[in-house]
Write a protein that binds this ligand. Structure first.
Ligand code: F6P
Length: 358
């Protein structure tokens, strides 16, 4: 029976009712949800939709664009530009902020998004997602790139859609983190996961271990201790997961705890990590904090980072709060010299491997 179920619209109207500061936010998030529904339809058609494969073009990140990167970006722009709610948009797929076309009224919100996160997974039918962040635009003038350079703690709302076996929308307006599942029969998102809470402790970590030789010593130390399991200082065994789709990793952490890391590469000092601050790290950090977890660069709270560039990258450590605190402590100990650099047993003198010079 469907009667009585809480739809996304009902939930959002109730969450924002009576709060003048959040007026129109529900309407904007419903526009985002409309974009998510059309992206979900495209993604779920797979090869039948003719959308798979790459274009001969690179995006601003220097990554080869998939056809779906372009189509999903258009879906976000088209659904959010016309309603008079948004003042400007930043997308992973666009070098400059998107200006609202003159035929539409300009609103008071700034929307930053990654329309198809984890898109390398699309051709192999593994979960991908859309990530978004909402800020207020306070000036009268149209926004430019600097208008978006605000710390993540100023976000009014943040969320992601996960295109997995079911399509889910997980969002926060600063009053907890809540999950909705798309009921395809009626075309509505239904509240299925209210008040998500991340356990403070975990025995599961997620990191791309192929980069191990490029990590900083505190991350090598942490992961080395997890891998040593019950025979090491942690005295218990850990499990590892890596989907290469941040949305899917964060969703798992919101469901059952865990810690996710994408640290900086010492191999490439210009790229401070891989993930983008404005439309990946910050919205995920707000969702994680609102669910009782923690999100950090390893050297400070993610939501306090002052952005300098709309496409800036940042090291990311997020998830169960006690593990994030431990990783921050390892960074502090390393930075003040209280720590011996961790040397992976893989790279000791008798190992098959040799540590590469970085
Ligand atoms: O660009 C973002 C992203 O696809 C994330 O969704 C994912 O966590 C990461 O990149 C995967 O990176 P890698 O291919 O280095 O494992």
């Amino acid at each position: 029976m469907r009667y009585g179920r809480t739809t996304l619209s009902k939930f959002l109207i109730e969450q924002t009712r009576g709060d003048a500061a959040l007026s129109d936010l529900a309407a904007l998030l419903i526009d985002v949800a409309a974009a998510v529904k059309s992206i979900s339809a495209m993604v779920s058609k797979g090869a039948l939709g003719g959308y798979l494969g790459s274009l001969e073009v690179q995006n601003v990140q220097g990554e080869t664009q998939k056809k779906l990167d372009v189509l999903t970006n258009e879906a976000m722009l088209a659904n959010c530009e016309w309603g008079g709610l948004v003042a400007g948009m930043v997308s992973e797929e666009l070098e400059e902020p998107y200006a609202i076309p003159g035929e539409y009224p300009r609103g008071n919100y700034l929307l930053a998004f990654d329309p198809l996160d984890g898109s390398s997974n699309i051709d192999v039918n593994v979960s991908v997602g859309t990530i978004f962040s909402v800020l207020r635009h306070t000036a009268n003038a149209a926004p430019d790139a600097t208008s978006f350079l605000r710390p993540g703690r100023e976000q009014l709302a943040a969320g992601y859609a996960l295109y997995g076996p079911s399509t889910m929308l997980v969002l926060t307006v600063g009053r907890g983190t809540h999950g909705f599942t798309l009921d395809r029969e009626i075309g509505n998102f239904i509240l299925t996961h209210p008040d998500l809470t991340i356990p403070a402790d975990t025995s599961e970590f997620a990191i791309n271990v192929s980069n191990e030789r490029f990590w900083e010593p505190p991350i090598q130390r942490y992961v080395g201790e997890c891998k040593a399991g019950r025979s090491g200082v942690r005295e218990r065994d850990f499990n590892m997961r890596w989907i290469a789709s941040m949305v899917a990793e964060v969703h798992r952490i919101l469901m059952r705890g865990g810690v996710f890391m994408y640290p900086s590469f010492t191999k490439d000092p210009v790229r401070s990590g891989r993930l983008r601050l404005l439309y990946e790290a910050n919205p995920m950090a707000m969702l994680i904090e609102q669910a009782g977890g923690a999100a950090s660069t390893g050297r400070g709270r993610m939501l306090d980072v002052a952005p300098t560039n709309i496409h800036q990258r940042v090291p990311v450590v997020l998830g169960s709060s006690n593990e994030v605190a431990r990783i921050e402590r390892y960074h502090q100990e390393f930075d003040c010299g209280a720590d011996q650099p961790y040397v992976s047993p893989l790279f000791n003198e008798r190992s098959l491997y040799r540590q590469e010079a970085t």
